[in-house]
Design a protein around this ligand. Structure first.
Ligand code: BMA
Length: 852
């Protein structure tokens, strides 16, 4: 019946193609027609006569840059002279015509997916919106303001600095964070210890017109409460707006390894537009995270059709998975914090994510893809979207869904106390609803967290003394905190996503307290901020270490984008301005002098800073994984950068892997060997994230730098995946008895059926106390397919931290900063985009022995 009917419609449309071109467009996109409003924008400073071309989505700094009105904000110390921009207000405008048929639609709504931040929006001179939160989506019914031609859309952005200061004045006390906390605006824009201060404004996310008739699907929530191997019951909750009581026919198509269709008819009333549809999927394949299985996704298409054959279509990618955050079961050592995925506890291996460009509209899908693929390649299974940044674009979460990267999502509050007046709380409540509605169906979303380091800050950072609070002030500020993170946010979250997991603040306890290592998640900053030695990672291991980190400089090529050759020194204004951590270089130097010889020049310093960072974080990861199941998570600070500075990132702003990212990749492998010299003893443990127990042999050899094997041994063991397995123990003196610790290393391999499950090189001395020869590295280059090259390297002495680069070209090497062992060859692949002859001439090989 239906098929014949559809065929008739199709025939009719084909015969009248010209007339129906618009209808065709409508039906191809469902009955809601969406038009982007991204053309013909211009902008100016309020009060100026001159208008300039603007990009939408965009932001004022990049618009000024594109019009050559300001120098590159990231170059040198230009940042300082560009601080005037946020003291002004800025105006954006465009004109557009409306297609007649669109004008005749029953409903016409303009939707701003992101306005940064205080924006008065006028359509044909009528104020249609006063926005004050960059994280919200603003939908405005605007039919009555539209005309067929020359519609004028005008937006004035007020200075967020001024707005914040005005709000701050209304309180009888100063809040830590000053004016920034009053503005629902990405907090890092006020400057952070890894990024500049540029307070942007602008239309930072898409603007769209949505027109529709009679009904439309507002949003969809899909959950699976029943999830067994044989069947999963899917519950779909749809919010539908209808003009009058309407009978809607639903067709739902689920595409996975099979294609299943489901049909329903429902009568929808205008005042209660929620409809629940339940259906079963047989033998659902689970969605799993990186390292534990495939990230299987099902494509679910929802088609809603009314009696007039008008259809609305929505599609989502859905993953069947059950995720629980275990944090309320008392144990003898405090309170655990771990992720239980599809019936198993999974050790979270990951990093913290910050905005990938200070100027957010510049973050493209390709940039997301590159960074997230790099994360996956480094065996990462979780990223924490940190609370001083933004709720990222849909593309970010789509990629995490398909790559199997779990997301710990903070709400956007960080390192300060926030106001508690009702207007502010209402604004936040809506922000929570908007973002949770947008993100809740993504299988990657694992847990929501109220804020970053506020509980810790209030209790440990002396704010109460510093800001001279009276007892009443303190009480009021803490009550406001409590309202926001213990009621407003969790209640709004609970209403929007009843199956969510939530924790109020990260960390649970500050790192100065012993409870920090016993209960909840912890941020361990004793290394770096506390200047404690790297070794303390082993002693101060929390239940889930959601932050720890160490800085390094970006690569020389990235430095060259903001510093001219004569500025490439630690003393130059440019390099100093790209180090935002107070005492940052002093802290690097403190650790560097403990571990490495003084680098002879700037370039060597850059390289050694990266080795130092990798060394420290490697120790941390081994300590965390080595403490499984006491510790069930290790998220280092931080994966990426928002500009090309010195920071804790493992990948620099231009996407180049620091030595750390290679070290992370190795340390997050399924099996790692964790050697430890503790007092008189030398212990070797194995940490495994495999799905079950295994038996394997640990082989180890002491080898001198010329390649002579001094002794060898092995141990056979059952390796548990539940807890770390101690496989070997000996007196340290016996270990070094026959070796010169300055000229030898221990090579360890975990082997099962001749397959190497894990490898580790252990040095008896710190790098500064190794007697390294100047190596003579031999290499051959071979071109494989399509510009892929293979480099084979060898040397007759140990080459410590061999670094590969290509002069005047860029290439990512499959491995880098590695130790080339004497008389062993190493094969590295890369894709430099130049010829084989050029590669031979331009390949750069350096190592630690060249730095002093
Ligand atoms: C963490 C973060 C950030 C900060 C980083 C490095 O605690 O939450 O606030 O950038 O430390 O200091």
């Amino acid at each position: 019946m239906r098929t014949t009917h559809n065929k008739k419609i199709l025939k009719f449309i084909l015969c009248n193609l010209r007339i129906f071109s618009l209808l065709f467009f409508i039906s191809a996109n469902g009955q809601t027609v969406t038009t982007e409003l991204h053309s013909n924008w211009r902008f100016r400073k309020t009060g100026d006569k001159e208008w300039m071309n603007a990009s939408v989505p965009g932001t004022v700094h990049t618009d000024l840059l594109n019009n050559k009105k300001i120098p590159d904000p990231f170059f040198g110390d230009n940042e300082k002279e560009l601080q005037w921009i946020d003291t002004c207000s800025w105006e954006y405008e465009t004109w557009f015509d409306m297609n007649d048929s669109v004008l005749q639609a029953n409903h016409c709504e303009i939707s701003f997916e992101g306005l940064d931040t205080y924006a008065n929006v006028y359509l044909n001179d009528s104020l249609i919106l006063a926005a004050d939160n960059m994280f919200r989506t603003w939908n405005v019914d605007c039919k009555k303001f539209l005309k067929p031609e020359r519609n004028h859309l005008f937006i004035r952005f007020e200075s967020a600095t001024k707005k914040g200061k005005e709000e701050a004045k209304k309180l009888p006390y100063t809040l830590p964070g000053d004016e920034r906390v009053f503005t629902r605006k990405a907090q890092y824009q006020y400057g952070w210890d890894w990024g500049p201060r540029f307070l942007g404004c602008g239309i930072w996310r898409p603007v769209r017109f949505n027109t529709w008739n009679f009904f439309r699907i507002d949003n969809i929530d899909v959950t699976n409460e029943e999830l067994a191997d044989s069947v999963a019951t899917i519950i779909t909750q749809m919010v539908i707006t209808v003009d009058k009581p309407t009978s809607i026919f639903f067709k739902i198509v689920v595409e996975g390894e099979r294609r299943d269709s489901f049909y329903f008819t429902r009568s929808i009333q205008p005042e209660e537009g929620i409809t629940n549809l339940l259906f079963d999927i047989r033998n659902p394949r689970r969605w799993s995270c990186n390292g534990t299985g495939d990230a299987n996704l099902y494509r679910i298409t929802f088609q809603a059709t009314n009696a007039l054959q008008q259809s609305e279509v929505r599609t989502i990618n859905y993953g069947f998975r059950k995720v629980v955050l275990i944090q309320n079961v008392d144990s003898t050592i405090g309170r655990p914090f771990y992720v239980w995925l599809n019936g198993h506890p999974v050790f979270m291996k990951g990093a913290n994510w910050i905005p990938a460009d200070h100027f957010l509209p510049r973050v493209t899908k390709d940039k997301y893809r590159k960074l997230l693929t790099d994360a996956k390649d480094a065996n990462i299974n979780m990223l924490r979207v940190w609370g001083g940044g933004v709720y990222e674009d849909d593309a970010f979460y789509d990629l995490c869904d398909s790559l199997g990267i779990l997301i710990w999502q903070d709400f956007m509050f960080a390192n300060a106390m926030y106001p508690g007046d009702s207007a502010f709380l209402k604004n936040v409540e809506q922000e929570v609803k908007d973002n949770v509605t947008r993100l809740r169906c993504h299988p990657c979303i694992t847990l929501w967290c109220g804020n970053n380091e506020i509980d810790e800050g209030w209790k440990n950072w002396d704010w109460q003394k510093q800001y001279n609070y009276t007892a009443d002030d303190s009480l009021k500020i803490w009550n406001d905190y409590y309202k926001l993170f213990y009621s407003v946010i969790p209640e709004a979250l609970g209403k929007t996503d009843p199956l969510h997991q939530y924790t109020e603040s990260s960390p649970r306890v500050g790192w100065g307290h012993k409870e920090s290592y016993e209960r909840g998640d912890s941020h361990y900053w004793g290394v770096w901020w506390g200047k404690e030695p790297f070794d303390s990672y082993r002693k101060k291991t929390g239940r889930f270490v959601s932050e720890y980190g160490f800085q390094a400089m970006p690569s020389m090529k990235t430095i060259a984008t903001f510093a001219t050759a004569d500025q490439r020194s630690l003393k130059s204004a440019s390099i100093k301005n790209h180090q935002k951590s107070p005492a940052g270089f002093e802290t690097i130097d403190h650790y560097m002098s403990d571990w490495y010889k003084q680098p002879k020049d700037f370039e060597s310093y850059v390289y050694v800073s990266q080795l130092l960072q990798a060394e420290g974080i490697r120790i941390a990861i081994e300590a965390h994984r080595g403490a499984k199941p006491h510790c069930m998570g290790s998220l280092f600070w931080q994966l990426d950068d928002c500009w090309p500075g010195t920071s804790w990132s493992s990948i620099d702003y231009d996407g180049r892997w620091k030595a750390l990212h290679y070290a992370v990749k190795e340390s997050f492998q399924k099996y790692i060997i964790c050697p430890e010299h503790e007092g008189e003893m030398f212990n070797i443990k194995i940490a495994s994230d495999d799905t079950g127990f295994t038996n394997a042999t640990l082989r180890f050899r002491a080898i001198d730098f010329a390649g002579n094997v001094l002794w060898r041994d092995s141990a056979y063991s059952y390796i548990s995946n539940v807890r770390t397995t101690a496989v070997y123990k000996m007196k340290y003196d016996d270990l070094v008895y026959a070796v010169n610790p300055a000229r030898a290393f221990l090579k360890m391999e975990l082997v099962k059926n001749e397959k190497v499950l894990g490898e580790k090189i252990y040095y008896f001395n710190k790098p500064k106390d190794l007697l390294l020869d100047k190596p003579d590295v031999k290499f051959t280059v071979e071109e494989k397919n399509n510009g892929d090259f293979v480099l084979t390297l060898s040397a007759n002495t140990l080459v410590k931290n061999l670094f590969l680069d290509i002069k005047d070209a860029d290439a990512h090497f499959s491995d880098n900063y590695f130790d080339l062992l004497p008389h062993e060859s190493k094969v590295v692949s890369f894709h430099p985009g130049i010829t084989i002859d050029e590669v031979r001439r331009k390949v750069i090989i350096r190592s630690l022995a060249d730095t002093y």
